[in-house]
Design a protein. Sequence first.
Length: 301
Amino acid sequence: MKKICIGLLIVPFLLNAQEIHKSYFPRTLNLAGNVIKTSFKTIPSDFVYMGKNVSEDWKKTALYTGIVGALVLVDKPVTQFYQEEIETRIDYTIPRFSNIDFPWLEGNDAYMFYAMAGTYVGSFFGGYEKGQYAAINGFKALGYSILVSQVILKTIFGRARPYNSLKDKNADFDSATDNPFDFFNSRNGDHIYGNFSGTSLPSLHATAFFAMAKVFQMEFDNYWIPYGFMTAVFLAEIKEHRHWVSDMVAGGIIGTVIGRSIVRSSWRARGILPNKEKEISFQWMPSISSRYNGLTLVATF
């Protein structure tokens, strides 16, 4: 009798587990499919939001442009101070990925890539919608940063990179300079992968790292973890960036705009971002009572 009772208790549990198993994967795949579909459909609006961030808030755009321009004017002493007083004081390393010889999948950059990949995989199997959006938007931020910073802006500006020691004029590549106004140099046909010739402004690492961190900060409403992680990875190879200070500041600003634009575009498609400008509608309604007759104006907003 005891065995029969135990069996009766187990059977509903097994049947329920089977039903959960049957419904789990379809729901998981359906959620993942919707996230991917929405993320692809918002690509055009991502760039629209980038344009809005630059054009609509023109005062902030002018301020940031002025800051970068002012830094360019004083880049030589500022960058020399940075090299001597900041770079030399940051001396730590983290284990480097070296199994895959492909950009962003090896070296310290891979920490950012695999962190987003891990977030997506965990969110996929956990059915966590926000985590999936955060990861995919992070990958979009990386791709847009390469397009905007590496392909377009570096080609336009063609700025020469500084000596790795402006004080001693030491460099391990021929195109280095101590002239912060050395712009419009050739990139020697290499517009995607790393090439020190004419690729100083803006910093791709600063652009991409800030863009990805901004995405995760906005999606999870947390500054400390994404920016702390990004800073730890970025500073671990600070001596290898080879940029003027203004290059890194410009990259950080551009990356923040990219990340913010992607998330706001995604939020709008997901119904999270409310309309700033709400329409006001007016309606005239007859009002009849024992005290007076007339019309009542009702405004809805």
